[in-house]
Design a protein around this ligand. Structure first.
Ligand code: CTP
Length: 400
């Protein structure tokens, strides 16, 4: 019996129906659930279905006046151990960030002194809008926990970030917040690199690679969810920064190394970035022009520093646990084993990035954890799940 009480605020949007499944999962774990349905939420799910599943009275704006005498909004906001907003629309997140209180849900959110978890769901353009990103950063700064959104197809026929995470993932986030010791990395500092690097040829051209940053960003989020203070050093990516982590945006490998050095000391470092192996030595200060009849310009490439090998080298600042990646198209295991030794890493997360796997830039990953203890192969999982599993393993290793 958990005996814990959840106040579930269901706001509008096509994903509101998933709140029903969430209530079912919560009830199965013996959470007491009280639902608060916004006016827009009520266009997608009925108070009656929430009431039937939660086995408890549902609060809506319609009844709030009569309910004031029975249970005021202040009491409602404090009667739970955790307030969960799922789905959380761009609108309710903006109201929370601005401190507005013009309906029952926003009033309760402003009045509560309990931890709050939001599960955003909206169109990808709305999620990526600077206003929403600024609101999310503000909420994270105030200690609001966030789960999702994830990438996927949307009801509006678009594809991208903005889908509500599945109810079991929301349940896991709730449990991490409510179950004691669910934050095993509290007090630890984690350094994560993510994304590609860009190595300039001239002011308008650069050498890059296909890394999307999804895997590194997912690892940073998962480590933060377990309570770690996370510094994410990331190259240029097209995905939003994870909330609740400190982001250092860099462009080149040399900048990435500098930012990593500055971030030390760290208890754990995970090098998920696809760092360019070379930079252009004869980089041009002006745009290189093509001249009629002249041969194409020659580029002289010189090696970049190996960030993983530099940080993993023995010394007082070496993080206790150093995790590297091996992205390979051939001889995966042999190359991963060689990288483990050559770079002095404790673990190598090996993945096959041959085009046929769809892993580079895709939503899934199939990895093998290579260490001195042997090889552990994980099934093909969503990159978010790989991140969570890896964070759990890191917590386990650091806890020893
Ligand atoms: N890495 C790094 N700095 C570099 C190159 C790689 O920190 N200059 C890290 C990556 O973040 C990853 C690991 O080293 O954790 C292995 O990267 P990978 O690209 O697979 O290997 P490389 O060392 O670049 O070797 P190769 O390109 O020959 O496979």
């Amino acid at each position: 019996m958990t005996g814990k009480r959840i106040l579930l605020i269901v706001s509008g949007g096509i994903a509101a129906f998933k709140a029903l499944e969430l209530i079912r999962l919560l009830r199965r774990q013996n959470y007491a659930v009280t639902c608060l349905l916004t006016a827009n939420g009520a266009r997608f799910v009925t108070p009656l279905s929430l009431q039937a599943l939660s086995e408890s009275k549902v609060y809506t704006d319609l009844f709030s006046l009569t309910d004031e005498s029975e249970m005021g909004h202040i009491q409602l906001s404090r009667s739970a151990d955790l307030v969960v907003v799922a789905p959380a629309t761009a609108d309710i997140l903006a109201k929370m960030a601005a401190g507005l209180a013009d309906d029952l849900a926003s009033t309760v959110l402003l009045a509560t002194d309990k931890p709050v978890l939001v599960a955003p769901a909206m169109n990808v353009r709305m999620w990526l809008h600077p206003a929403t990103l600024a609101n999310m950063a503000m909420l994270a700064g105030r200690g609001v926990s966030v789960v999702g959104p994830v990438e996927g197809a949307m009801a509006c026929n678009e594809f991208g970030f903005g889908r509500l995470v599945e109810p079991p993932v929301i349940l896991a986030a709730i449990e991490r917040l409510l179950v004691p010791n669910a934050q095993p990395l509290a007090g630890r500092h984690a350094l994560v690199t993510s994304g590609p690097t860009h190595e300039p040829i001239d002011p308008v051209r650069y050498i890059a690679n296909r890394s999307s940053g999804q895997q590194g960003h997912a690892i940073a989020s998962a480590l933060a969810a377990l309570g770690a203070r996370v510094t994410l050093v990331r190259g240029p990516v097209g995905i939003p920064d994870p909330v609740g982590v400190t982001v250092r945006a860099v462009e080149t490998a040399r900048e990435m190394l500098d930012a990593c050095r500055t971030a030390l000391p760290a208890d754990v470092a995970v090098f998920a970035a696809a760092v360019a192996d070379w930079h252009v030595e004869n980089r041009s200060a002006g745009k290189i022009k093509k001249l009629a009849g002249a041969a194409p310009p020659g580029l002289t490439l010189v090696p970049n520093p190996d960030i993983l090998a530099t940080i993993a080298a023995p010394g007082p600042d070496r993080p206790r646990l150093v995790v590297g990646f091996a992205a390979e198209t051939d001889d995966l295991m042999a190359n991963a084993q060689a990288k483990l030794r050559r770079k002095n890493a404790d673990w190598i997360v090996a993945n096959d990035v041959s085009p046929a796997t769809g892993i580079m830039g895709g939503p899934d990953n199939a990895v093998h954890i290579v260490s001195a203890a042997g090889v552990e192969s994980w099934p093909r999982l969503a990159k978010g799940d790989v991140g969570r599993r890896l964070a759990d393993r890191i917590a386990e290793a650091l806890g020893r």
